[in-house]
Design a protein around this ligand. Structure first.
Ligand code: HEM
Length: 225
């Protein structure tokens, strides 16, 4: 099976080679550095929560910060493939899977903060919120998309699904980005500048992805003709 490392947004990597034959990474610090950097906001939230420094509404503050970090990491995971296609950089591809998983991790903490701390696990209130507030519905839709992506992020899942199906599934990451940006836009009532930045960046990444994919497909079609 051939794995096109540039083609899937959330998860990269060919199936693991035998350890003895695995080539040494040119930047061994890259993944641990990104993981440490990505976990720093969580440590900061936990420390400020413990010291009572999360402001007048600590639950809302933690909720917003966790949601924002989830969206930033999701956006970062979407930059990896266009960075390779447009600039020929290969190192971002090695970060795609971990960035996607970290985005799903923060999204899960965000949802748990909402469901447990904000709503007190009141299921009928949560369902009511999802039905009545379109921004909550958009958040829930984003989360529902992130779950299968995270669950199929292993090499074993790529083998089980087959690369073509797995690749199609992982295109969902772009839709998750778009709907996640919409969640942010609909949540903000007045100053739309910050969510607009995410919407524009995610839109541009989607366009870049399409712009590099369509000529490649046409080229393949011509060869087949
Ligand atoms: C079931 C799923 C979700 C629910 C119920 C939910 C709910 C919420 C709530 C209640 C807020 C705070 C609103 C306020 O303070 O007025 C919020 C903010 C936010 N959420 Fe979600 N969310 C969900 C999923 C997601 C996901 C998957 C992402 C990102 C990938 C995300 C990103 C954000 C962002 C960026 C904000 C605003 C942060 C800010 O204002 O700085 N949410 N969400």
């Amino acid at each position: 099976m051939r794995l096109d490392a540039a083609s899937a947004p959330l998860v990269a990597a060919a199936p693991a080679a035998a350890p003895s034959r695995r080539r040494k990474s040119p930047h061994p610090w890259l993944v641990p550095g990104v993981v440490a950097g990505a976990l720093a906001p969580l440590v900061s939230i936990a420390l400020r929560a413990a010291r009572g420094e999360l402001g007048a509404d600590p639950i809302a503050q933690a909720l917003n910060e966790l949601g924002l970090v989830a969206l930033i990491l999701l956006t970062a995971s979407l930059t990896c493939t266009p960075a390779k296609s447009l600039f020929g950089w290969t190192w971002p591809i090695r970060l795609r899977r971990i960035l996607g998983l970290l985005a799903a991790f923060y999204a899960t903490l965000h949802v748990l903060t909402y469901a447990v701390l904000d709503q007190g696990l009141d299921l009928s209130a949560i369902v009511d919120d999802v039905v009545k507030r379109k921004f909550i519905l958009a958040g829930a839709a984003t989360f529902v998309m992130l779950v299968p992506l995270a669950l199929t992020s292993t090499n074993a899942a790529v083998r089980r699904l087959g690369f073509a199906r797995w690749k199609r599934l992982h295109r969902l990451a772009y839709l998750a980005g778009v709907v996640g940006a919409l969640h942010f836009i609909w949540r903000v009532k007045k100053d739309l500048r910050e969510p607009a930045v995410y919407a524009v960046v995610i839109g541009a990444l989607l366009l870049a992805r399409l712009a590099t994919q369509i000529p490649a497909r046409l080229g393949r079609g011509r060869v087949a003709d």
